[in-house]
Design a protein around this ligand. Sequence first.
Ligand SMILES: O=C(O)c1ccccc1NCC(=O)[C@H](O)[C@H](O)COP(=O)(O)O
Length: 203
Amino acid sequence: MTQVKVCGLMRSEDIEAVNAARPDYAGFVLEHPQSRHNVPLRNLRRLVAELNPEIARVGAFVNGPMEVIAGLLSEGVLGAAQLQGTENDEYIGRIRWMTSHGRIWQAIRVERLEDVARANASRADFVLLDVGLGGARPFDWSLLDAMERPFGLTGGLALENLPEALATNALLADVSDGVETDGLKDPEKIRAFVERVRAEPAR
Ligand SMILES: O=C(O)c1ccccc1NCC(=O)[C@H](O)[C@H](O)COP(=O)(O)O
């Protein structure tokens, strides 16, 4: 069954919406003040306490401080760290050396075959392919045929392009902006997105 992650949660209202819709993962952008989705660590702990414990927590980082990432994984505040910057296998190895808790995900922007090769070779436990479906340039789906490991899809997903995304056999659909209205998480869009992923027949 395809899993679903709703990312960019910031407010108690967002947590209420995901508690109702029950995605597999709830995502928080951390240690990245440049993002409008950034959540200060003190708020993270409060939001996590409000979250249904059956929904796993993922922190999205851009070249974030390794000690903070390892600490949040060790404490169990996060079940996975999603690396979204230029982190390499050495960086992943150093976090692994600091903690054996949690999982490490790597998001890789896919534009050409070399990006798919990088995703196949990544030392991360799981890879998210950022396909930028919301962008101006159409994504070449045939690149995904070269994937040799399970992957998730992220970047520009929304209810409208979800059927096409699910047809790739992705293990996970990750959404943030696609379930917002006027820059805020929209409980109805979250519900509809999660429901559509759940409705996909098992392959
Ligand atoms: O949302 C951000 O601004 C952000 C900043 C830094 C690292 C990660 C960030 N977001 C990650 C996500 O929200 C999702 O994993 C994904 O990229 C969602 O894509 P989209 O639906 O296109 O917003």
